[in-house]
Design a protein around this ligand. Structure first.
Ligand SMILES: Nc1ncnc2c1ncn2[C@@H]1O[C@H](COP(=O)(O)OP(=O)(O)OP(=O)(O)O)[C@@H](O)[C@H]1O
Ligand SMILES: [Mg+2]
Length: 268
């Protein structure tokens, strides 16, 4: 069953060009993607190709100009409590403690106070930050804030989890720990996850499929099925099959990164 169907989606942004004149920046063009119910799908693509734009549209935070998007076979509604997003920047509320930040989504869903606290504490524990429950975001390191943001969206238990480079700001060890945790959570309740990353290795180790985007204006260039067994252990990272998939992905991505560099050079 399909969770998301994106058909020929276009997105343009209105910008001012270097001469101060109004211009149109085509960001997504003919973007086609089917996302299956319960799958872990990653998106790789060069910087500026429209990955965050697509996630924002899916989250109902941005519009699209042409094409169609269906979620659960219904046309995308702007606001829905069934989708949760972890942003590229952490987006925590500074006036709320860490624990209170975790409770935001549950409050919106009208979960009772005691249950809210309990769920929030459980997920805070999961990301190893129980001791920081009563601190404020500015008292945490960048990596810790990102862990709070991840715990918050997990606590919210959305049907469709949208993650925009959630681990990018973390040190290598925390990153691997959270990858394993995320997989554990996902394997337990099989929510659909759309995960944007710049790390080919991360995309492969986590995903059922990896979608590779073109340079801007972005669309899906190719989808690679990851037939590695689960659970994904350390041995799998070192396997020949892993190396083969990494090589294929890298070659596909490299051309697009080069195109992006080339067009930036032309504009400079
Ligand atoms: N609100 C906006 N107004 C104008 N241009 C925008 C807006 N949001 C994004 N853009 C432009 O759209 C393009 C795609 O942006 P987007 O953030 O989706 O890229 P991305 O693939 O997520 O890149 P990165 O990997 O660097 O996060 C960029 O050229 C960006 O400058
Ligand atoms: Mg982005």
């Amino acid at each position: 069953m399909l969770k998301v169907q994106a058909r020929q989606v276009d997105r343009d942004f209105k910008i001012k060009n270097p001469l101060g004149k109004k211009d149109i920046l085509p960001v997504l063009r003919g973007f086609d993607l089917d996302i299956r119910e319960g799958e872990f799908l990653s998106i790789l693509g060069p910087s500026g190709c429209g990955k965050s734009t697509f996630l924002n549209i899916l989250a109902g935070l941005d519009d699209y100009d042409r094409g169609e998007i269906l979620v659960d076979r219904e046309f995308l509604e702007k606001r829905s409590f069934d989708r949760g997003m972890v942003f590229q920047s952490y987006a925590l509320l500074p006036w709320r403690t860490v624990l209170e930040n975790l409770e935001i989504g549950l409050e919106i869903r009208k979960v009772g106070k005691r249950e809210r606290r309990e769920i929030a504490r459980r997920y805070l524990d999961l990301v190893g930050l129980s001791h920081f429950a009563n601190q404020y975001p500015h008292q945490l390191s960048g990596g810790m804030r990102q862990r709070v943001a991840i715990a918050r969206v997990l606590a919210y238990q959305p049907n469709l989890l949208l993650m925009d480079e959630p681990f990018a700001a973390l040190d290598a060890q925390t990153r691997e720990t959270l990858q394993i945790e995320l997989l554990r959570i996902w394997e337990a309740d099989k929510k659909t996850i759309v995960f944007v990353t710049h790390s080919i290795d991360e995309a492969i180790i986590l995903s059922d499929r990896v979608a590779i985007m073109t340079a801007r204006p972005g669309y899906i260039k190719e989808i690679i099925g990851i037939d590695l067994p689960r659970p994904r252990t350390e041995d799998i990272r070192n396997s020949l099959e892993f190396a083969r998939i990494r090589q294929t992905s890298w070659l596909l991505l490299r051309d697009e990164v080069n195109k992006t560099r080339e067009s930036q050079r032309m504009r400079a």
